[in-house]
Design a protein around this ligand. Structure first.
Ligand code: SF4
Ligand code: SF4
Length: 307
């Protein structure tokens, strides 16, 4: 089983559009949407949820009102000021603001009445769904939720398990934009990282950062330039940056109105188009399959290496 992780140094490069098209071409791959903060692969894949569950992200303190004697000892102990007095003087009582609690557990250990316990806090939900192109694992972090990297790891773990159980040969991961915790979690253990970029100043800059991240994980890497023809000079600059690091280009997708039109219909260009973009996407998929199946088969490490 091979795992291809599609990343971009920033949002809006067409990464998810490409993943959906690759899913259409792969047919039997397991899909993993690891953009857990703002997922949108489902808009193109129209998943039907078959299984779901909560993502317990962290623990938070909770006061048992029946045991608490409102002595106030815990209030000054919370250095995050999550424990407060509420109500007026005659009805004053101690309460915990769950959103401000960092889960350190100090108050629970200190309460003389044993009135505080640490309870699991839901940070989001995960889903296993069927789509017209196979099974998809996806998730959604609660607004303001923490530990997106852990939720990404959970999505990948479920996708790999499904691939093993069903004999699927490929897992395609739609990674989160950027190079933060969630992106690091998405690329660990990948057989191939595909970086999707666009020929703009910020696209080139974010591409370099994503390239450095993939390099620090010693992961086999290639790239695709989306809307490559809108700025030929910048596309050449991206090519030079990649060539300096020995990173192979898997394709260049030209700007094509068909891409926008197909997305507006909730479809992939592979399904509904017949123009240049469709042809380039198919070519890039074939190039990807060649790259992933040749050479060193080592998966990306689970953490960055010093360069
Ligand atoms: S230390 Fe315990 S008993 Fe005292 S106010 Fe806090 S929760 Fe209540
Ligand atoms: S667990 Fe830590 S952060 Fe949360 S309320 Fe208690 S002392 Fe404050």
């Amino acid at each position: 089983m091979k795992e291809i992780v599609v990343l971009s140094g920033k949002g809006g490069t067409g990464k998810t559009m490409l993943v959906a098209n690759y899913a259409a071409l792969a047919k039997e791959a397991i899909l993993a949407d690891c953009d857990v903060d703002a997922p949108n692969l489902h808009l193109l894949m129209a998943p039907e949820v078959k299984e779901s569950g909560p993502f317990p992200s962290m623990k938070a303190a909770s006061i048992d009102g029946a045991k608490c004697v409102n002595c106030g000892e815990c209030v000054p102990l919370c250095r995050f000021e999550a424990i407060k007095w509420i109500g007026n003087s005659s009805l004053r009582k101690v309460a915990i603001s769950v959103d401000e609690c960092e889960g350190c557990g100090v108050c629970a250990r200190a309460c003389p009445e044993g009135a505080i316990s640490m309870v699991e806090r839901k940070g989001g939900d995960w889903f296993i769904s069927s789509t017209r192109y196979g099974t998809m694992v996806h998730a959604l972090l609660e607004p303001g939720g923490e530990n997106s990297g852990k939720l990404v790891a959970l999505v990948k773990q479920k996708a790999r398990m499904l691939a093993r159980n069903t004999g699927a040969k490929l897992v395609i991961v739609d990674g989160p934009p950027g190079i933060g915790c969630a992106a690091i979690s998405a690329l660990s253990g990948a057989n191939l990282v595909l970086l999707v970029t666009e020929p703009t100043k910020s696209g080139a800059s974010d591409f370099t950062r994503a390239l450095n991240l993939a390099e620090s994980f010693r992961c086999k890497t290639c790239y695709v330039i989306n809307r490559a023809d809108i700025n030929a000079r910048m596309a050449e600059e991206i090519d030079r940056t990649a060539a300096d690091k020995g990173v192979q280009c898997a394709g260049k997708i030209p700007y094509d109105d068909e891409v926008v039109a197909s997305m507006a219909l909730g479809k992939t260009v592979v399904e509904s188009g017949k123009g240049e973009a469709r042809k380039s996407i198919v070519d890039s998929w074939n190039a990807l399959m060649d790259i992933v199946s040749t050479g060193d088969d080592t998966a990306a490490s689970e953490g960055p290496h010093d360069r």
